[in-house]
Design a protein around this ligand. Structure first.
Ligand SMILES: [Fe+2]
Length: 452
């Protein structure tokens, strides 16, 4: 059902401004984790130093809203260009899509923050200006461009956080107040049969107020019945895989994954470390005994998840199987969230920065899907074995951003679904697709196994 086309009313203008102010406050809270002397650090080699992202968020906002649509004269064209696009190289080859040349020396923090603040002020002005600009551009309608810029901000908050997770603890400042960790034990996982049926991937353009171009068009597929773990794999379960020696056994790995594992000399997940006989877990701000977080979902990359599933005689779900497990019930009933159509709340899952860390799996039974599958949305993105590819009818429509999706339709990125603790609630719609490379081990991503 198409939603009515409307210009912004004054109350909506104020509401939108408020949403930007709230989003920026969280961005600032995330950047405040990095002390001033750490702003040039680059804990993941495949990403820019933090200073780039301080400039990238306002540059993207300016370019999309004030530049592309309102045609306002830039007050800093060189920063608009320098910070317009980040990097996401192929982790196997180092090859990278087009991006602005990396300068010998990044601008100072004070210059970039001054630019950010001027852009933020312009964005607040742009909300009303957009309502009166008369643009016929599709991004100017229904507030699409504002939603896009907000979602871009949310996605970067999460990528910044998993990047910061790689920093040594002494190089981070803990936010205050900081929620307490949950260490309770997890319920026993069940094996749940999901009957054959249809799954709707993507969405029709007119059916949602905003979606990224990779979410369109809708594709309905038939999914054979399958059995799925009711809960994601925990640190405790994955420890059995490592401790048994199977992590080091080539038989369980795909050849390309084994090559990566050997090259990187991986012997366990990225968040773990062995100190003498003790295993520790690296949370964002603390080293914790691994045994204390055995009920938390294990965060791994797709290569590691595939090896574990093979060891168990199972496999990873497809994107369509995730949809069947999450959004469907008997008689073809379909819902917006696994728990139904009720607005997403804290008791449904670990998302929207409620915890700043994973929580024990199964801690949110109110968020279970109709079949009784838990933790599908929240507590870590769900890895699928479906290559990230365009849905039929894919049409780039976002100026200067459409190449972004196309650049990653390369067979090396895979769809991930759901949400992590660091995912804004706005990104929980079923059609939202995230994507990562199989050999990129930094993401807040978990997995579960399926079988016939
Ligand atoms: Fe970006």
């Amino acid at each position: 059902m198409a939603l009515p086309l409307r210009r912004f009313e004054p109350s909506k203008i104020e509401l939108l401004r408020e949403r930007f102010i709230v989003a920026w406050a969280r961005t600032d809270e995330v950047f405040a984790i990095i002390p001033p002397n750490g702003i040039l650090s680059k804990p993941i080699v495949w990403r820019h130093p933090f200073i780039f992202y301080v400039g990238h968020l306002p540059a993207f906002s300016w370019n999309q809203i004030c530049g592309a649509l309102l045609k306002w004269k830039s007050f800093n064209p060189s920063f608009d260009d320098l910070f317009c696009r980040g990097i996401d190289p192929d982790v196997d080859t180092g090859e990278c899509h087009w991006h602005p040349e990396v300068p010998d020396q990044w601008p100072s923090v004070s210059e970039v923050v001054a630019y950010r603040d001027k852009v933020r002020s312009a964005i607040l002005d742009s909300v009303e200006a957009m309502a009166h600009c008369g643009s016929t551009d599709v991004m100017a309608q229904r507030g699409r461009v504002f939603q896009m810029v907000l979602e871009h901000e949310y996605m970067h908050q999460e990528t910044l956080l998993y990047t910061m997770q790689q920093l040594p603890l002494e190089k981070k400042l803990r936010p205050q107040p900081f929620p307490r960790y949950s260490f309770q034990s997890a319920p026993r996982p069940q094996l749940i049969r999901v009957p054959a049926g249809k799954a709707r991937l993507g969405v029709e353009f007119s059916d949602i107020l905003f979606g990224w171009d990779n979410e369109f068009d809708e594709l309905v597929v038939d999914v054979p019945s399958f059995r799925v773990d009711s809960l994601p794999v925990t640190n405790g379960e994955f420890f059995e895989f490592v401790h048994s020696g199977a992590y080091q056994d080539e038989r369980y790995w795909r050849p390309e994954d084994w090559r990566w594992k050997k090259l990187e000399e991986k012997t366990h997940p990225n968040c773990w470390i062995k100190q003498g006989e003790d295993w520790l877990y690296r949370a964002m701000f603390d080293w914790l005994p691994l045994a204390n977080v055995s009920s938390w979902p294990v965060y791994v990359c797709l290569a590691e998840a595939r090896a574990y599933a093979c060891w168990r005689g199972k496999r990873l779900p497809t994107e369509a199987e995730f949809h069947r497990a999450a959004y469907y019930g008997p008689d073809g009933r379909e819902s917006t969230y696994p728990w139904g159509n009720a607005t997403a709340e804290k008791h449904h899952g670990n998302f929207h920065f409620n915890a700043w860390a994973p929580m024990p799996v199964g801690a949110h039974p109110a968020g279970n899907s109709w079949w009784g599958v838990g933790d599908l949305v929240g507590n870590g993105w769900e890895l699928t074995d479906t290559p990230f590819a365009p849905l039929p009818g894919f049409t780039p429509y976002i100026e200067s951003y459409s190449d972004y999706s196309r650049d990653f339709f390369d067979g090396k990125h895979f769809v991930v679904k759901g949400a992590s603790w660091a995912t804004d609630v706005d990104l929980l719609r079923p059609s939202f697709r995230n994507w990562y490379q199989a050999h990129y081990p930094y993401v807040f991503a978990k997995f579960r196994c399926v079988s016939r």
